[in-house]
Design a protein around this ligand. Structure first.
Ligand SMILES: NC(=O)c1ccc[n+]([C@@H]2O[C@H](COP(=O)([O-])OP(=O)(O)OC[C@H]3O[C@@H](n4cnc5c(N)ncnc54)[C@H](O)[C@@H]3O)[C@@H](O)[C@H]2O)c1
Length: 301
């Protein structure tokens, strides 16, 4: 079924791939962002809006009347703005977009969260109950970005309590790799993929998680198509099948996170620290790309 879908944050690192993938799939795509991308996708409508403007956002959604909404807009990097600004911005966007989606008649709403809500990197010392992490492990955010994304999930869950007519999902994309980053462009934190593989300390911070932006797009397409199978307000991790590491996490996690050493023994081979079983079992989605198949320099070697 083809959707008239609003994608917020469509000019961003992840949004550009999602907009392109949805348009390619035949959906009627309207990207809403405060900026317009350098290379717009033909056939996609681009609208500028500050999504912190609740009334303006609602009016724009009511003009567009989407059947579905995928919300990616946010301040996407922890500590990239003052903590109060990140919290206000991301929580505000999540609420404004979800409220406008419901008011304008959308029946499917998917909101971007983040694995960083789990709490890794906490200065107080974070020890989860198990690895790999799954959606039943309770998030313990320790910065405003993580908290804002936890709030975004709760906003979706709150609206799921208000109406049975609309389906809501939140998803936690791992460290997103845009297609050009496989060719050597810097990733979100400024390092190339090869640098992140060569220096495990760089990826250790986020427990070696990553995902190809096109696999996230496939997840979103699959989630929209199969949203009726989902318990309303559900959350999904969306990651690669493997870890962004040249050695098993059973070795790397004890080296970089000694406090988690007792949890890592099962992470043999290329097993990741984030489980994507739920997305596979409930939605039938699995990623098809990995750094082994996509990284240009590795393929040449
Ligand atoms: N990139 C990652 O590794 C990663 C990992 C986990 C979660 N996420 C989440 O995925 C989403 C997309 O991330 P990204 O890497 O593409 O981020 P990005 O910064 O590249 O894109 C975010 C987009 O949101 C827009 N935006 C921000 N504030 C806005 C506002 N007030 N009104 C309208 N537009 C606004 C920006 O202009 C930008 O185009 C975010 O919600 C992010 O938190 C990203």
């Amino acid at each position: 079924m083809y959707e008239r879908v609003i994608i917020t944050g469509g000019s961003g690192r992840l949004g550009r791939s999602v907009v392109a993938g949805f348009a390619e799939h035949g959906h009627d795509v309207i990207s809403i962002d405060q900026t317009v991308p350098g290379s717009p996708v033909p056939g996609v409508t681009y609208r500028s809006m500050d999504l912190l403007d609740a009334a303006g956002t609602r009016a724009l959604f009511e003009e567009i009347r989407p059947s579905a909404v995928v919300s990616l807009a946010a301040i996407a990097v922890p500590f990239s703005a003052p903590e109060d600004v990140i919290l206000r911005t991301n929580a505000g966007i999540a609420h404004n977009v979800t409220a406008a989606a419901v008011a304008s008649g959308a029946k499917k709403v998917i909101i971007a969260s983040s694995p960083s809500i789990m709490g890794y990197g906490s200065p107080a010392g974070w020890v989860p109950p198990r690895l790999p992490l799954d959606e039943d492990v309770t998030p313990q955010p320790w910065h405003a970005y993580g908290l804002s994304k936890y709030v975004a999930e709760q906003v979706a869950a709150m609206f799921a309590q208000q109406t049975e007519d609309v389906k809501f999902i939140s998803f936690r994309p791992c460290y997103v790799i845009a297609p050009e980053e496989w060719e050597g462009a810097p990733t979100q934190q400024g390092h190339t993929i090869t640098e992140r593989l060569d220096d495990p300390a760089l990826s250790a911070v986020a427990l070696f998680n990553y995902v190809d932006a096109r696999d996230v797009t496939d997840f979103l397409l699959t989630a929209l198509a199969n949203i009726d199978r989902v318990q309303n307000g559900s959350v999904f991790f969306v990651g690669a099948k493997d870890a962004l590491a040249r050695r098993p996490l059973a070795e790397l996690i004890p080296e970089h996170h000694p406090g988690l050493a007792h949890l890592a023994h099962g992470l043999t081979g290329d097993s990741p620290a984030f489980s994507i079983q739920k997305a596979k079992e409930v939605l039938g989605w699995e990623p098809t790309r990995s750094w082994h198949t996509e990284l240009r320099t590795e393929l040449q070697a």
